[in-house]
Design a protein around this ligand. Structure first.
Ligand code: ATP
Ligand code: MG
Length: 553
């Protein structure tokens, strides 16, 4: 696997190993199985697996499954698939829910030490008592319950004697702390819900802030890498590890989130798009999910390279989608076969070409990679070109087909537009052209020049195909979308984000398989869609168009 370039986390790990603070490295990637992974998660995956790999350490895939209502086996399976597809192997597969018993015991220990208490305040009251950034919080009237009583109540919480929300277990830290996270955070809540892993065994579940440090400590994680929104929770993280008397002390280090322009990243919003049928499942090619990017045609290498290019720092930035696209082009340039496809067909009859004759023309599969060899393209009397390559009344500097003009057919001959055939409504149905046999491609013809080269497919031999063209899903970035004015992100969904067109491809593409990738002349890179492709008709997702204004710094 490629190595990560230098960054501040790498420096910390290096120093820890050199100073003897650590003699090995264990990291973890800890997704909650409440949705599919997205490109932001890829960043965390690349950082965690990459760093451990660089220091000959190990990485756990740990499902942070402490919230039964939102979690599901479907997500567990999808996450495993995506991590592997990205090219990473976890050393151990763990579930936070496997530690519920130990977490419960640690909570009991806190109660015995007078460091936790059962509170009867409602969620609203707890919020109210918490205070603000400028005002200290207020102590709960239940804060000074005796340890005995707390132990009894906590046990009865576990036994199911209380309804959801009736009681919680809270840490007893400091209601006046300037860090709000330390104002007696909730450690356990009652939730009568079935869990995907533990079934109905539990009706109390640990909160993230309590569970996460314990999970890391139990697993011997040395460097617990998370995003910067958890920075203020670090003192609580350390408090939990210390007060619960965990043998192993993990170190939390925060890095900046990765955000992408013109899309949504939060799993809540992604789920809403899926549930409301606005997109075609979690793997819709318009989504920034790993499975969506895969279906669109991104390769693991392109995603990894992109993520690495975004770097590791404390700051979180919105990265332009164009940068991700840059890596797709770089990745496919040398490997994707070139081919011709007509997305919006216009028929041409070449009137002076002998009826019944077929020529098989030679073309390189990839001029940038000659080792890929040659392909054969049929040419005969009737062909399809793009509708947009003809204009009856062209503006200046339009060098493609118009009455009387001559163009080059890629890999074939010069043709000249002689006649325009229209239907009763005046719509152009067909063009009549002539060709010049002298101008055959590859024969070194220099007699005259033409300014336009267009692509085409032979009408009789061409195979039907569907093309799906994408635009950004969100017409503004998530942050910029003005949700204060009673709008939601759904108001910013781009209604033109998917265009489906029916066209034709070269006949040598008969045996293509889902996820095969091609560069269609002038149209860009495409991936064979695994979901909608049938034996009769392949469906192509456009990954990226050919040109971009994006330049890597
Ligand atoms: P979301 O907010 O999209 O629901 P999350 O942070 O709740 O995401 P988790 O399943 O908890 O999702 O995330 C697993 C790991 O991936 C965490 O360590 C988290 O910090 C990291 N992660 C999630 N989103 C990003 C992102 N945009 N950039 C970098 N790391 C991320
Ligand atoms: Mg989360």
């Amino acid at each position: 696997m490629e190595h990560n370039s230098s960054n501040f986390i790498r420096t910390i790990i290096k120093e820890d190993l050199e100073s003897g603070k650590r003699d090995h490295v264990v990291t973890r990637f800890p997704p909650e199985p409440n949705g599919y992974l997205h490109i932001g998660h890829a960043k965390s995956i690349v950082i965690n697996f990459g760093l451990a790999d660089d220091f000959k350490g190990k990485t756990h895939l740990r499902f942070d499954d402490t919230n039964p209502l939102k979690e599901d086996q479907e997500y567990v399976d999808a996450i495993k698939e995506d991590v592997q597809w990205l090219g990473y192997e976890w050393e151990e597969l763990r579930f936070a829910s496997d530690y519920f018993e130990e977490m419960y015991d640690r909570a009991v220990l806190l109660i015995k030490k007078g460091k936790a208490y059962v509170d009867d305040l409602t969620a609203d009251q707890i919020r109210e008592y918490r205070g603000t950034l400028t005002e200290p919080g207020k102590e709960s009237p239940y804060r000074n319950r005796a340890a005995e009583e707390n132990l009894d109540l906590f046990e009865r919480m576990r036994k199911g004697e209380f309804a959801n929300g009736e009681k919680v277990l809270r840490a007893k830290i400091d209601m006046a702390s300037p860090n709000i996270n330390l104002r007696d955070p909730v450690l356990y809540r009652v939730s009568h819900a079935s869990h995907h892993n533990t079934g109905d065994k539990w009706c109390i579940y640990p909160m993230y802030a309590f569970a996460h440090p314990l999970e890391d400590a139990i697993e011997g994680v040395t460097h617990s890498l998370c995003t910067t929104e958890f920075e203020d929770q670090r003192p609580l993280y350390n408090w939990v590890v210390e007060q619960c008397e965990m043998k192993h002390q993990p170190q939390q280090i925060e890095f900046g989130r990765l955000n992408l322009s013109n899309t949504v990243m939060s799993k809540r919003k992604l789920k809403q798009l899926v549930d409301e049928g606005i997109v075609d499942g979690w793997d819709d090619p318009r989504l920034p999910t790993i499975s969506g990017l895969r279906r669109k045609g991104y390769t693991p290498a392109a995603i990894r390279e992109f993520v690495k290019e975004t770097g590791v720092s404390k700051g979180s930035a919105v990265v332009d989608e164009a940068m991700l696209e840059h890596f797709a082009r770089e990745d496919l340039k040398l490997t994707a076969p070139r081919t011709m496809g007509i997305l919006k067909p216009l028929k041409i009859v070449i009137t002076n070409y002998p009826e019944g004759q077929v020529e098989w023309l030679d073309a390189e599969i990839n001029p940038e990679n000659p080792e890929m060899g040659m392909r054969k393209i049929p040419f005969s009397r009737e062909i399809y070109v793009e509708q947009e390559d003809f204009m009856e009344n062209p503006p200046k500097k339009y060098f493609r087909l118009f009455p009387g003009n001559e163009v080059r057919l890629k890999h074939a001959y010069f043709i000249k537009c002689e006649e325009v055939i229209k239907d009763d409504n005046g719509e152009v149905m067909e063009l009549r052209c002539t060709y010049d046999p002298e101008t055959k491609s590859g024969t070194g013809f220099t007699g005259r020049k033409v300014k336009g080269t267009i692509h085409w497919v032979d009408a009789k031999h061409a195979l039907p195909a569907e093309f799906r063209l994408y635009e950004p899903l969100i017409s503004d970035t998530e942050e910029e979308a003005d949700e204060t004015a009673g709008k939601t992100f759904l108001d910013y969904v781009n209604q033109n984000s998917l265009e489906i067109v029916q066209g034709f491809i070269e006949p040598n593409m008969e045996n293509i398989e889902p996820h095969d990738k091609f560069q269609f002349f002038r149209h860009g890179y495409f991936n064979v869609d695994p979901k909608h492709t049938t034996k009769e008709k392949p469906v192509f997702n456009r990954i990226v168009s050919l040109k971009s204004s994006f330049k890597l710094k």
